[in-house]
Design a protein around this ligand. Structure first.
Ligand SMILES: NC(=O)c1ccc[n+]([C@@H]2O[C@H](COP(=O)([O-])OP(=O)(O)OC[C@H]3O[C@@H](n4cnc5c(N)ncnc54)[C@H](OP(=O)(O)O)[C@@H]3O)[C@@H](O)[C@H]2O)c1
Length: 314
């Protein structure tokens, strides 16, 4: 990478924006995504909006059977109906609310699939106010982290040994260290952006931990800044200011599809990706967690979903 590219990447803005995507895309290997996914079964959360729609398009467009996991089934069905004439692979809309353990369990019990090739944890929220879920968790932590981890846990026996698990994190995670207490019980007054960044940091650490413990191919990634309904609703001022330079949802979703589908991404090794390349997980020494905090994180998360921290996920 040349000096100018390195400087532009360090600027963040001209890396996370659409010019950053175009610049990084010049280094993409043509053919990386020339794959036929017919017969593969992929589950995508948050498939009713933004990046999730593009992940569905990218995977089903290459022939995969895609289960669109949506909390709002009617909205998911509208997206499915719009895509159905365009993609080759079958689309199935399933109801699951990731902030509600009972909903996740109902979905897994009803799922008539024996072997899963890909699980994309894409759904995410950034609420302005603190809210508590039916399971007594703070909403951001439940939706972005604990619910998805319960889903991974319950689906584990059906995930193929070489299945791919992709956690959609955020560049916002660079601002926060892993702190289990703050992650699960954000301090008052509630700061939605910090609570969100905590969950996004936690997703990156979780990908590292899961990859190290299991035969699965686990990764995390961040999409840069893409123009989606989520950004418009959750960060209206940021959206207004940056709209002209935001990535398209397809550009934001590109690395998710690559990690889920490309033979070039077969050994992600628990790493954190951006624009099809592994990236550093810390920009400052201040955000590095201690090994004891990682251990506390793992044991706490397993306890929350009823998993055995020693035996499960092998
Ligand atoms: N866009 C960006 O620039 C950007 C940057 C960094 C990270 N990300 C991450 O990318 C992912 C996708 O975000 P997006 O920008 O595409 O946002 P989005 O347009 O708001 O899409 C989020 C998706 O998550 C779903 N969802 C929210 N709460 C849920 C719940 N309790 N159960 C099940 N599904 C739920 C939403 O469902 P509904 O359709 O029913 O609302 C929607 O389908 C998120 O994890 C986000 O943190 C995005």
């Amino acid at each position: 990478m040349g000096l100018l590219d390195r400087l532009l990447d360090k600027s963040i803005v001209f890396s996370f924006d659409r010019t950053g995507y175009r610049r990084h895309a010049k280094g993409f290997e043509p053919g990386d995504l020339d794959v036929d996914l017919a017969g593969r079964v992929c589950l995508v959360t948050g498939a009713s909006s933004g990046l999730g729609v593009e992940v569905v398009r990218g995977l089903a467009g290459r022939g995969a059977t895609v289960h669109m996991l949506c909390r709002n089934v009617e909205k998911g069905e509208r997206v499915r109906d719009a895509l159905v004439g365009e993609v080759r692979g079958p689309l199935v809309v399933d109801r699951v609310d990731l902030s509600d353990f009972a909903s996740i369990r109902r979905f897994v019990d009803a799922l008539d699939v024996a072997a899963i090739d890909v699980l994309v944890h894409n759904a995410g929220v950034l609420p302005a106010e603190r809210q508590t879920t039916p399971d007594g968790l703070e909403l951001t932590a439940a939706t972005n982290l604990v619910g998805p981890f319960l889903l991974s846990h319950l689906l584990w026996p059906r995930l193929k040994r070489d299945a791919r698990l992709v956690h959609v994190s955020s560049g916002g995670m660079y601002s926060e260290p892993l702190d289990v207490a703050k992650l699960l019980d954000p301090p008052a007054p509630f700061d939605g952006v910090r609570a969100y960044a905590q969950t996004k940091r936690a997703q990156v650490v979780l990908a590292e931990l899961l990859d190290a413990r299991s035969p699965l191919r686990v990764s995390s990634m961040h999409p840069g800044w893409a123009d989606t309904p989520g950004v418009e609703t959750s960060l209206p001022r940021f959206h207004t200011l940056t709209k002209p330079i935001l990535r398209t949802p397809a550009q934001g979703a590109d690395t998710i599809v690559w990690l889920a589908a490309s033979p070039a991404a077969a050994e992600p090794g628990g790493r954190f990706y951006f624009d099809r390349a592994p990236r550093e997980t810390h920009l400052s020494a201040k955000t590095r967690e201690r090994p004891e905090e990682r251990e506390r994180f793992w044991v706490t998360l397993c306890e929350l979903v009823g998993a055995d921290p020693e035996e499960d996920f092998r």
